[in-house]
Design a protein around this ligand. Structure first.
Ligand code: MTE
Ligand code: HPA
Ligand code: MOS
Length: 756
């Protein structure tokens, strides 16, 4: 089934924040942000801005009625800088004017007196200074110290993964409208309506019942709007509160790139120990997360890095230590995979390193160590594993050995073009790692004309969650999808929502919707039983808008039944709650069962590298993916293709560059390249894993939003293999593998152990 938004998208009729018709008298906000990354803020001169054309008011930290604080997990993030600036792009003042143009012009007239302080941009330096966001976190399984002594081979090294700009097509933005008696309605491009509501209440001093947040849809979020939509909503809310007029702010692309955080870069040290038979016996990893200037979501991102630090492998002895390091960069944040990809890259590097030294294919080590049913993850959960089945089914279909042989043959007769192939298994846990977040509610109304309205906390951002929720309602009621309408996420209809994140939105909100629909249906069935003279409600089913009795179609239509139910004063509405059962995690012991289930998969990635120019093409990504049983293959395949391309972008061409002063150099689309249609893989093949396992996913259709991104990691290792087919070198495990870095590895002296 097509995404229910496809018609309005193609016709340009879908409504995003910037399409909302504005109320007369609406003002426009614009932020003046810090020109330097670190310093003492002595004074802010706003006089020229205040007298600039069209300006209604300039707002600084001292004007806030509520608290100058938006840190959701740790209160370490002022909305507007007061005593110090902590990153370049940190909001200092808000200009409110009668037009966007006037606001931007006036913002340029603000000057500040800042005493510069030394900026720190390197997480290892921050850690050495003891500047951590939270105390270090650790996972321990078995006894690495003793295990290393028994290993035939031990290898150590370092890796660097860079950040990634979210580059949602719709930039951050919000529109705040004052409502009667001091209330506020906020339209926000956010993944977390409740997060926005909480933050707005904090900075305005309002209570949560005074603030309504409404989200129609996003033009992409990718994690960048899980927490970081809050600031812009707060800015509009504060301005609306102080001017008593509606205020809108939709960021320009360069403002967005400069002021918002990105995927966390990590610097890591690894040590891997293998037995003679290539079994990994011990793995030790230390991860330095570049958190940026404040916590934002860095602690849970750090935790997920630990959860996924052994990827799809069973390693009996693991010590993983992770540091969240405070630096003078914009606060880094959630990004598809939520720290998982960064952890996986390190163990894949360790395996590639071992393979290179031992003269075997990395795939041999990978295959030997895939996690099996009953094996324990370092965090205590026992695997229900499809790591091996996805590998075997993918290999049977696509034949890694044959692809490798083709590459070898090509390489033997090609001087400068070289092909490389890599396997990339993925295992990703589904559930928010913070157990209490795994809950959702759904409000379903059946109207007397038989149409159905569904509201949940799920935010549609292109991933198709609304389509899946509509399918759930249509399925339970036996109605065509057109009879179902999904309404915007709104905090008045659905309260205390978790953000749409962790790939769990369809599961959580879909299951709540299923429960709500089933509750209504069971009441309607009682009426139907009487009307069609069935023996019991169990004999009643619904298909295509008709009532069926013991499998036989009756003349009773859904619509008449609903109307009759209403006349009999049957409740046609339900507000249902779902909480994922059976999950828990205890950070005291760092053990538990945090995930409802895991998603498995294996990809084979093939590339061709031009070893004269450094350029490369991704020839194919062929994967065997664990959908459970997909409830919407077109939506799910779209998620896989998009995830793979985004993962490849992170690993290859997307290069976030901050200079040592903490200034973003890749601050526009001319200096930051994302994959376009010319750089996507020439082929993406998707084989659904065959399995009859049950799981906790909605209709057994496993979460698909994030896991495929990590197939993209294979591109890095495929390029590395191609480069090594050209010349004897040992490319560093340093991402992204840009064409420049290909050349530096081939012709420069950048190698992990000094040889070429
Ligand atoms: N797909 C599109 N088109 N746009 C997005 O912003 N975000 C991703 C993924 N797929 C995203 C997307 C991220 S980071 C997550 S966590 C999931 O969608 C969230 O949605 P889900 O829980 O419904 O899968
Ligand atoms: N994933 C995504 N977002 C989150 C998580 C998570 O595990 N925990 C808190 N926010
Ligand atoms: Mo996704 S990073 O959990 O929004």
């Amino acid at each position: 089934m097509k995404n229910i938004d496809s018609n309005s998208h193609v016709r340009g009729e879908s409504v995003y924040l910037d399409d909302i018709p504005l109320i007369q008298g609406t003002l426009y906000a614009c932020v003046f942000d810090s020109p330097i990354a670190h310093g003492k803020l002595h004074s802010i001169n706003v006089r020229d801005a205040e007298t600039s054309d069209g300006v209604i008011r300039v707002i600084t930290a001292k004007d806030l009625i509520g608290e100058n604080q938006i840190g959701g997990i740790i209160p370490d993030e002022p909305l507007l800088a007061d005593a110090e600036v902590h990153f370049q792009g940190m909001p200092i003042a808000i200009v409110v004017a009668i037009s966007e143009d006037f606001a931007r012009k006036a913002a340029k007239k603000i000057t500040v007196d800042i005493d510069p302080l030394e900026p720190v941009t390197d997480p290892r330096v921050a850690a050495a200074n003891g500047d951590l966001i939270v105390p270090p976190k650790k996972f321990k399984l078995g006894d690495t110290e003793n295990a290393f002594k028994t290993c035939a081979h031990v290898f150590q090294g370092k890796t660097e993964t860079n950040g990634q700009e979210h580059l949602y097509i719709e930039t951050q933005g919000a529109y705040a409208v004052p409502t009667e008696n001091g209330g506020m309605k906020i339209y926000s491009s956010t993944q977390g309506p409740t997060a926005v509501q909480r933050a707005v209440c904090r900075v305005t001093g309002l209570a949560m019942h005074q603030v309504e947040v409404d989200v129609q849809r996003l033009g992409g979020g990718f994690g960048g709007k899980e927490d970081q939509a809050n600031a812009w909503a707060c800015i509009c809310a504060v301005a609306a509160q102080l001017t008593k007029r509606p205020v809108k702010y939709a960021l320009h692309r360069m403002e967005d790139m400069r002021m918002t955080g990105k995927r966390h870069p990590y610097s890591s040290d690894y040590k891997i120990g293998l037995a003679k038979d290539l079994k990994i016996l011990a793995y030790e990893v230390t991860l330095y997360q570049n958190a940026g200037a404040s916590a934002d979501l860095s602690p849970p991102v750090l935790e997920r890095t630990l959860f996924h630090c052994t990827n799809s492998y069973h390693v009996p002895n693991v010590t993983a230590t992770a540091y969240s390091c405070r630096t003078n960069l914009p606060p880094n944040t959630a990004f598809r995979g939520f720290g998982g990809p960064q952890g996986m890259f390190v163990i894949e590097s360790a395996i590639a390193h071992a393979a290179e030294k031992l003269g075997v294919s990395a795939s041999e080590i990978q295959r030997k160590n895939l996690i099996d049913d009953g094996d324990e993850f370092p965090y205590g959960q026992k695997a229900e594993s499809d790591a091996v089945t996805s590998w075997v089914q993918g290999d049977e279909k696509y034949n890694f050995a044959k692809l490798q042989k083709e590459a070898d043959e090509f390489n033997a007769s090609s001087r400068y073009l070289k092909k490389g192939v890599a396997m990339m298994p993925v295992c990703f846990g589904i559930s928010f790692t913070k157990t209490p977040m795994n809950q959702a509610r759904s409000l379903v109304h059946v109207y007397t004309d038989g149409s159905v309205a569904v509201s949940t906390g799920a935010v549609e951002m292109g991933q198709g969650v609304n389509t899946k929720i509509a399918q759930v309602a249509a399925n339970v009621f036996g109605l065509p999808i057109e009879r179902i309408r999904i309404h915007p996420a709104n905090t008045l209809r659905i309260a205390n929502t978790s953000p749409t994140a962790a790939s769990a939105a369809a599961d959580l909100n879909g299951k709540a919707t299923q429960l709500a629909c089933e509750a209504i249906l069971s009441r309607i069935k009682e009426v139907a039983t009487e009307l069609v003279e069935a023996g019991s409600p169990e004999d009643i089913t619904f298909t295509d808008g008709f009532v069926f009795r013991s499998g036989e179609k009756t003349g009773l239509e859904w619509q008449s039944l609903v109307l009759e139910s209403h006349l009999r004063r049957v409740n046609l509405s339900e507000h249902a709650h779902y909480a994922t059962p059976g999950i828990n995690f205890d950070w005291e012991t760092a053990k538990g069962h945090p995930f409802a289930y895991h998603v498995y998969g294996t990809a084979i990635v093939g590339v061709t590298v031009d070893c004269l120019r450094g350029r490369y093409e991704i020839d194919y990504v062929k994967c065997c993916h664990d959908f459970g049983s997909s409830m919407n293959t077109s939506v799910d395949n779209g998620q896989i293709e998009g995830g793979i391309v985004q993962g490849i972008g992170w690993m290859t061409m997307e290069e976030v560059v901050y200079d040592t002063d903490g200034k973003l150099r890749s601050s526009a689309l001319s200096t930051y390249k994302v994959p376009d249609i010319y750089s996507v893989p020439k082929e993406i093949a998707i084989l659904p894993l065959e399995t009859d396992r049950q799981n906790l996913a909605i209709f057994n259709s496993k979460a698909v939003g994030e896991p495929p991104l990590m197939y993209g990691i294979g591109a890095y290792f495929a390029i590395r293999n191609a480069v090594r087919a050209f010349t004897y070198c040992s490319p560093d495990f340093n991402t992204p593998f840009t064409p420049e870095r290909v050349l530096m590895n081939i012709y420069g002296t950048q190698t992990t152990d000094g040889h070429r």
